[in-house]
Design a protein around this ligand. Structure first.
Ligand code: KG4
Ligand code: ZN
Length: 343
């Protein structure tokens, strides 16, 4: 019998809902709706939390309605509802969590709270995808595997032993990889979010042109540090005239510095733990150059979701929920902006 879950995601500036179906161990997307206020936020060079929350409030009901309609499902068809309860911006999270609690109560469906960071990894478990990303079938991860999460707020390495069983290995000591893309883009006057902009310009640039730091490169831990990179870029542009050609080279050099740090520690984690599979997740996993170079350098298998499932979406939240048991008391489910992967 197929199991159907409605996923809801509202941790930052995306309001998302998706309906997923699990049948014979295959997880399929029936609908995947994302409304983003990123364009609005880009006018201000970053996210204004109050504004993001207001946009969440406007979009949440229409987005859920559209997800059900596109999936051709009624609330009675659902088995469960899954919602991101953290980490993220408290105002944004509250919109999703409280809406999900009300729907769970009214529709009499169990509610599953999902850690957004874990959710990102579960985009890798979605096998059949809707037509807008091609009807491709892909491998699902097998345990044990190393997980690299690279998003706007997090850069973490974990060792997955099974569903719900993982060991935190390390992470960034300061800025996240995506944050580093966003902040250096801002210094260069490029729009928010910076990752896609920098990676686009980087395609035409020389990654060796500028010598930028790779902090913690040689350390034997699994930690990263990216804040020095934005200072180095600030110092560099104070001394160097940046024209169109230089800008491409600088973007390529920034991207390469981030990629080098991520790949070094990820492969170190896999080799030290004798792991043959790496799963990558989060918005920065949409960076094709990161994926290409990781696949080139790692002797095992590297799984990465298609770009549309790397950035924030609700399909990943529903996917994670297929592997989590409902937790009972609705009132105990509270938005937690500080949730992490360190338990
Ligand atoms: O996972 P995500 O959508 O939201 C968070 O949970 O943070 O990640 C957003 C981050 C942003 O920092 C954005 O600049 C980065 O992902 N990003 C990229 C690319 N696409 C999005 N970074 C590098 N290359 C990309 N193609
Ligand atoms: Zn995210």
């Amino acid at each position: 019998m197929a199991k159907i879950i409605l996923g809801i995601e509202s941790s930052c500036d995306e309001t998302a809902a998706a309906v997923l179906q699990q049948e014979n161990d295959r997880i399929q997307i029936l609908s995947n709706i994302v409304a983003s206020s990123a364009l609005l936020q880009s006018k201000y060079g970053g996210i204004i939390p109050e504004q993001a929350a207001r946009e969440q409030l406007k979009s949440i009901i229409p987005v859920i309605k559209e997800a059900l309609e596109q999936a051709d499902k009624k609330p009675t068809d659902l088995d469960e509802i899954a919602v991101t309860y953290g980490p993220g911006l408290i105002g944004s999270l509250l919109v999703g969590v409280e809406t999900a609690k009300v729907l769970s109560q009214v529709w009499q469906k169990p509610l599953i709270p999902v850690n957004h960071l874990i959710g990102h990894f579960y985009a890798n478990w979605i096998q059949d995808r809707i037509s807008d990303i091609g009807n491709q079938k892909s491998n699902v991860p097998s345990f044990p595997c190393i997980g690299l999460l690279v998003s706007g707020g997090h850069s973490d390495l974990v060792l997955f032993k099974d569903h719900g069983q993982f060991k935190y290995l390390g992470g960034t000591r300061d800025d996240a990889a995506g944050e580093c893309f966003d902040k250096t883009a801002r210094i260069l006057g490029l729009p928010y979010p910076g990752g896609p902009e920098i990676s686009k310009l980087a395609q035409k640039g020389d990654p060796q042109k500028f010598n930028l730091p790779r902090p913690m490169w040689g350390s034997e831990d699994y930690d990263f540090s990216f804040s020095g990179l934005k200072t180095a870029v600030s110092n560099l542009i104070a001394k160097t005239k940046i024209d169109d050609k230089n800008l491409d080279d600088l973007c390529a050099s920034i991207q390469q510095a981030i990629i080098d740090s991520l790949i070094k520690k990820t492969i170190l984690a896999a080799e030290n733990n004798n792991i043959e599979q790496i799963i990558v997740a989060g918005g920065v996993a949409a960076n094709q150059e990161l994926v290409r170079q990781l696949r080139e350098q790692f002797k095992g298998q590297v799984l990465v979701p298609p770009p549309i499932l790397c950035t924030d979406n609700a399909a990943m939240i529903a996917s994670a929920a297929f592997f989590i048991k409902p937790s009972g008391a609705l009132l105990n489910i509270q938005a937690n902006p500080n949730l992490s992967l360190v338990y």
